[in-house]
Design a protein around this ligand. Structure first.
Ligand SMILES: Cc1ncc(C[n+]2csc(CCOP(=O)(O)OP(=O)(O)O)c2C)c(N)n1
Ligand SMILES: [Mg+2]
Length: 587
């Protein structure tokens, strides 16, 4: 074989560096300009004994330090896979594309990882450096284009720089707050001979600092002196694996917790201390909890997800900021104290400092006894009533509340739902109860439609023993539905649940609210069951609302990937707005 005699190239060195990083996956659509890297991936497969074909066919078959390649059907799929892989594991995977159109297709998923704080490394090919100064086929400035959506990026100009560049790409991607980095590898550099003594730089293990004792004490004093504090938990809690510390703090002090869409699972939504999710642009029950609060403890809260002006319109709410980085400047977000550093350790120290004093002069038991007022139990009850209203509703099309209820019933506590972006996301965020961290994946920073199917495939690679559902709208599904073929090929047995309303439901909802009429939001659909079957995938459609649960169970028990189409009754959207509108006057 040609590859046996090929001298070690820069691309081989790059792959050696990926192996040194323990990088598990490269997701990509092949291109001429990435062929040397693909060849290097194939060669490491030969070396590690599992063979290129096997590595491509079964990405989970591998051994330690073997980088698996997953061929995707669109670069956006590759980027979303790396994005969700990074969110779930905290470690970067690679999304790779060729130059020009391959790279621009990758961009949306990279931007998604940027605003959702997911570590990933993007690698793009480029024309040879002999062409980069002039107009040339498929050449546009990708480094410049990726700059605003990456934490750091660089073009490889010298083979000798590869170990440092790859190390830096992985390191910067992983450091708080995590995000994407980007490496451009021109094809002539990729094919250059790599000196035998050039070796990867081994990863270090930086640890996060913790706040000083003085800062903890100041925050503890504020919290102890408050009467109705509320915790706002964001995606940082999940990212820093701090949910158990957060739950201890909430229980230990008997303080209610609202989670952002991306913070779902920080607290078990079955707990009476959970006020479920906050993040609706409209008024929601939980905002009454913020109005009543005399202190908001924001933990791993990211302003890109939900602007503070929604819950602190006049900017006067006292705030404790607990995060890995100092607070963003915002007139509605002026923390009295910032506890910057490791979130888990900070929460534990804060709990230890407040516990002996209690909150508002009351210990957890006393607070528990007065839970109506202090814990906002009335608000939680009101929200759950929204869900309860429709759980046995047999109407057709199926009510969103019923669809959420049956999905929760069909899944185990640690099964994973990856939501797409649209009206369905609002229903998932508000009503789907998360029991464990990282079991409800929502993109709420960049909020790109089309993430859920590729994201679910990545989740399945991370958690092969758990059920994974991609819940999407009919609009978002068809943006990346081609990845059904990827799922089938690599054996990622995800269930795709499509809420069919024949339209861009969220925009329809907003147009009705704002302009009183619809424009440009309606479309037709293929027969999703037949569409699934054309991929060799099982397709289901419930015959009635009462048939939904058994249908979901059949899909979840299917041997391969499966698709479930749910005709959805989005008249509930406007009804929800009306109900919430009435809340504006509620205390
Ligand atoms: C890539 C992308 N394009 C456009 C939007 C704007 N947008 C947000 S929700 C939405 C409608 C989604 O429709 P669908 O996927 O059918 O879900 P539904 O709202 O009907 O539940 C649109 C167009 C977006 N967030 N992302
Ligand atoms: Mg739709």
């Amino acid at each position: 074989m040609v590859s046996d005699t090929r001298p070690r190239t820069a691309a081989d060195l790059l792959v050696d560096c990926l192996r040194a990083e323990d990088c598990e996956y490269v997701f990509s659509v092949p291109g001429e300009e990435t062929m040397d890297v693909l060849e290097a991936l194939a060669r490491q497969s030969d070396e590690t004994g599992s063979g290129a074909r096997e590595a491509a066919d079964d990405p989970r078959s591998g051994r330690a330090h073997h980088v698996h390649h997953v061929t995707t059907r669109h670069e956006q799929g590759a980027a979303f896979m790396a994005d969700v892989y990074g969110r779930l594991t905290g470690r970067p995977a690679v999304a790779m594309a060729t130059l020009g159109p391959g790279a621009t297709n990758l961009l949306t998923g990279v931007a998604d990882a940027y605003l959702d704080r997911a570590p990933m490394v993007a690698i793009t090919g480029q024309a040879g450096s002999d062409k980069l100064h002039k107009e040339a086929h498929q050449v546009v400035d990708i480094v410049e284009m990726f700059r605003p959506v990456t934490k750091w990026n660089a073009r490889v100009e010298r083979v000798e720089a590869i170990p440092e560049i790859v190390r830096k790409a992985f390191r910067v991607a992983s450091l708080e707050k995590p995000g994407p980095t980007h490496v451009e590898l021109p094809e002539n550099v990729a094919a250059m001979a790599a000196p035998a003594d050039l070796a990867p730089i081994r990863p270090g293990r930086p640890s996060l600092p913790e706040p000083t004792d003085e800062a903890i004490e100041a925050a503890a004093a504020l919290l102890a002196a408050s009467n109705r504090p509320l915790v706002l938990a964001g995606n940082g809690v999940l990212r820093r694996r701090a949910s158990s510390a957060l739950r201890d703090l909430a229980r230990g002090l008997h303080v209610p917790v609202a989670a952002t869409f991306m913070g779902k699972g920080a607290i078990d939504d079955r707990s009476h201390l959970s006020l479920m999710a906050v993040g609706l642009q409209a008024r929601d029950h939980v905002l009454t909890g913020f109005d009543r609060a005399d202190l908001v403890v924001c933990v791993g809260y990211d302003l890109v997800e939900y602007a503070p002006t929604h819950w602190n319109p006049d900017g006067t709410k006292p705030i404790i900021h607990i995060d890995t980085t100092p607070a963003e400047v915002d007139a509605a977000y002026q923390p009295a104290i910032e506890l910057v550093g490791d979130i888990d350790g900070t929460l534990r120290r804060l709990l230890a400092a407040v516990l002996p004093r209690g909150v508002g002069g009351r210990d957890a038991t006393e607070r528990h006894e007065s839970r109506e007022v202090l814990v906002n139990a009335d608000l939680r009850t009101a929200l759950l009533q929204d869900l309860a209203v429709c759980v046995s509703d047999s109407g057709w099309p199926i009510k969103p509340q019923r669809a959420i209820y049956e999905l929760r019933r069909a899944l185990a506590p640690d099964d994973i739902v990856v939501s797409d972006v649209g009206a369905h996301k609002i229903w998932v965020a508000r009503l789907y109860q998360a029991y464990e961290p990282n079991t409800v994946i929502i993109s709420n920073g960049f909020a790109a439609m089309g993430i859920s199917l590729p994201g679910a495939i990545a989740a399945k690679l991370v958690a092969p023993d758990r059920k994974v559902v991609a819940l999407c709208g009919d609009g978002g599904f068809l943006m990346n539905s081609q990845e059904l073929e990827t799922a089938k090929r690599i054996g990622a047995n995800v269930v795709v649940v499509i809420w069919r309303d024949d339209g861009y439901g969220l925009i329809d909802w907003k147009q009705r609210n704002e302009f009183g009429r619809l424009f440009a939001v309606e479309f037709g659909n293929p027969d999703f069951v037949a569409y699934a079957r054309s991929f060799g995938i099982a397709g289901f459609r419930p015959a009635s609302a009462d048939d939904l649960y058994p249908t979901l169970m059949r899909a979840l028990e299917t041997e391969g990937p499966a698709v479930v189409e749910i005709p959805i009754d989005y008249r509930e959207n406007v009804r929800l707005t009306e109900r919430l509108g009435a809340l504006a006057g509620l205390e």
